[in-house]
Design a protein. Structure first.
Length: 212
């Protein structure tokens, strides 16, 4: 069991990290602008699943490998950046077909694919990797035992907070998208903007962020 003081401190730190938009949040916003509310929420679910995998990895000791190995960290970071750019290019290239397909996309665009895309971005998010690998273990009380259980508990707290705020970002962006949908030209421009957002995010992810 995590001591209440450690739990509250970790919750506060998690909140501060999550409210500052990072790769996952910006990706959700891009998905909302490009594809709508359902795609945004499905992406949030994928991101959360990816973060859960990171928590389990850290609890099992993999996180320490990432934290201490620059090649492993850089590989994950670049893989996530490349995937974001790939998705952004696809969204931008398909912007002209969006108005005709809007109604169909509003009903669903392949939820398993959207979930997978969100998962890949979530599991390769260097911001979350570093936080779980370098920060989360500092809130563990090893003397109390059950270290893995403590880590999983803290990871669950983080992911619940992220789920709420990421969903709020996605819903807000999707609501604004409805106004654009009234005009085919605006909607086409919006799809392109969503794609460019993801491309820019991928580039920024590739050139920023430092291994400890």
């Amino acid at each position: 069991m995590v001591p209440i003081d450690r739990l509250l401190a970790f919750t506060a730190m998690s909140f501060l990290l999550i409210v500052i938009p990072g790769p996952s949040v910006l990706f959700v916003i891009g998905r909302a602008l490009a594809h709508g509310r359902r795609a945004a929420l499905t992406t949030v679910a994928g991101n959360t699943l990816g973060a859960c995998v990171l928590v389990v990895a850290v609890a099992c000791g993999v996180g320490s490998v990432v934290a201490r190995s620059e090649p492993v960290f850089m590989s994950l970071k670049l893989a996530g950046a490349a995937y974001l750019i790939h998705l952004g290019v696809k969204a931008a290239r398909g912007r002209r077909s969006l108005p005709a397909a809007y109604n169909a996309e509003a009903e669903g665009r392949g939820e398993l694919r959207t979930l997978w895309e969100g998962f890949v971005v979530g599991v390769t998010n260097p911001k979350t990797i570093v936080f779980f690998a370098a920060v989360l273990p500092q809130f563990i009380v090893r003397e109390q035992g059950n270290v893995v259980s403590q880590m999983l508990t803290l990871g669950l707290v983080f992911n619940l907070i992220a789920l709420v705020f990421d969903s709020a970002w996605g819903l807000a962006a999707a609501t604004g998208r409805e106004w654009f949908a009234r005009s085919p030209r605006r909607l086409s421009a919006l799809r392109g903007a969503g794609g460019l957002t993801m491309i820019g995010l991928g580039v920024a992810l590739a050139v920023t962020g430092h291994w400890q």
